[in-house]
Design a protein around this ligand. Structure first.
Ligand code: SF4
Ligand code: SF4
Length: 96
């Protein structure tokens, strides 16, 4: 599933440049994640980069937008046609 940013966000901006999909942007009060571009870092990294850098643990799983591993593969391939997946074997998010 995609990640979301919760209201505890202090708008420090640390997560934005870490996202391989440019899915994070500054919102009105807190930063926001574009569901259509968040692959949970699947295809790039073994861990979710925004969650790794957030100092207040505000990047969390969005339970209302569950996606299977197959969904994430399809999303990655839609975003990057023909591009090889990286680090997918070490990917540590739960596989639904
Ligand atoms: S989990 Fe990865 S792809 Fe999703 S918003 Fe965070 S850094 Fe971007
Ligand atoms: S790193 Fe955390 S606190 Fe900083 S902008 Fe991103 S979600 Fe908000």
């Amino acid at each position: 599933m995609a990640l979301k940013i919760i209201e505890d966000c202090i708008a420090c901006g640390a997560c934005e440049p870490e996202c391989p999909n440019s899915a994070i942007s500054e919102g009105q009060d807190i930063y926001i994640i574009d569901l259509g571009h968040c692959t949970e870092c699947f295809g790039f990294y073994a861990t979710q980069q925004c969650a790794d850098v957030c100092p207040v643990e505000s990047c969390v799983q969005d339970d209302e937008h569950a996606e299977t591993r197959e969904d994430l593969v399809a999303k990655f391939q839609d975003l990057y046609p023909g591009r090889a997946l990286e680090n997918t074997d070490k990917w540590n998010a739960p596989v639904l």
